[in-house]
Write a protein that binds this ligand. Structure first.
Ligand SMILES: *[C@@H]1O[C@H](CO)[C@@H](O)[C@H](O)[C@H]1NC(C)=O
Ligand SMILES: *[C@@H]1O[C@H](CO)[C@@H](O)[C@H](O)[C@H]1NC(C)=O
Ligand SMILES: *[C@@H]1O[C@H](CO)[C@@H](O)[C@H](O)[C@H]1NC(C)=O
Ligand SMILES: *[C@@H]1O[C@H](CO)[C@@H](O)[C@H](O)[C@H]1NC(C)=O
Ligand SMILES: *[C@@H]1O[C@H](CO)[C@@H](O)[C@H](O)[C@H]1NC(C)=O
Length: 216
């Protein structure tokens, strides 16, 4: 009952706002919840969950929850400062598909996670896949917190095309460079998840063996 009325409000707002006026971002278009990850096998004070499955995350109705989201505390609390895993930023498309699933797969190689994986696992919350202004603002906010809460190395997976006025170029990379605790920003190879090149490096020893990215 509550869900269907929320959906009705949501649909109505979509009509009112108009998809044509909504700004699709490099992040939220086509976003899907991340796939479950195997739980760590190291001993933990709590017994492992009987099923061993990752938590499912829930996508709240954005428009019904805009007020709650505008406080933004929930997002911030679920991206702890400093982040407990290496952040993996992502942006753009390759082979006509968002690179988000590649970024999620690379998580296993670099002991890292995307913002969507962290919000799902820590907050049981799915980042929105809608293109409303509110969703756009939420992605930008979460992305900047993700960058601000980074300490050490950040990773990025970029598509063959990256929106030059998108979140990566305009919000995330600048926030990473402003953050004094960030030591390097390294691009991962989309096929192998190995280090391709770096976009930012505070001193040579932080990027030993890695070359600068073209345009860095
Ligand atoms: C809004 O979303 C947050 C985060 O998922 C949740 O804690 C809160 O209860 C929601 N509020 C409403 C009114 O749905
Ligand atoms: C890319 O994807 C869009 C939307 O899914 C589709 O309409 C278009 O034909 C695709 N283009 C190519 C070159 O595959
Ligand atoms: C957006 O996410 C919702 C909830 O996860 C899903 O049901 C819906 O199919 C998704 N829409 C698109 C266009 O991906
Ligand atoms: C991120 O950090 C910068 C620099 O400290 C700060 O100005 C900005 O408000 C922070 N962003 C968010 C979303 O808290
Ligand atoms: C990614 O790795 C593949 C396989 O090793 C290699 O062919 C390709 O050139 C690499 N891409 C970049 C951008 O370095």
């Amino acid at each position: 009952m509550m869900l269907s009325s929320s959906l009705a409000v949501f649909s109505l707002l979509l009509v009112v706002l108009g998809f044509a006026n909504a700004l699709p971002t490099d992040n939220n278009a086509e976003y899907r919840p991340p796939p479950p990850r195997p739980r760590p096998t190291k001993p933990s004070p709590r017994p492992p969950s009987p099923t061993g499955v990752a938590p499912t995350c829930v996508q709240p109705t954005l428009t019904a929850n805009e007020t709650a989201w505008s406080t933004k505390r929930f997002i911030s609390a679920n991206l702890p400062d400093p982040l407990k895993e290496a952040p993996i930023f992502w942006s753009g498309q390759a082979n006509n598909q968002s690179v988000v699933s590649i970024a999620e797969r690379c998580g296993a190689s670099v002991h890292g996670a995307t913002v969507g994986m962290m919000m799902c696992e820590n907050g049981h919350f799915t980042m929105p896949n809608s293109t409303t202004p509110a969703a756009h603002e939420l992605w930008n906010y979460a992305s900047e917190i993700f960058a601000n809460h980074t300490a050490g190395r950040a990773y990025t997976v970029l598509g063959s095309t990256v929106n030059p006025s998108g979140t990566w170029v305009k919000v995330e990379l600048p926030a990473l460079k402003r953050n004094k605790r960030v030591t390097s920003v390294v691009q991962l190879n989309r096929t192998t998840c190995a280090n391709d090149c770096y976009w930012y490096c505070t001193e040579p020893k932080n990027c030993a063996g890695i070359k600068p990215c073209e345009g860095a």
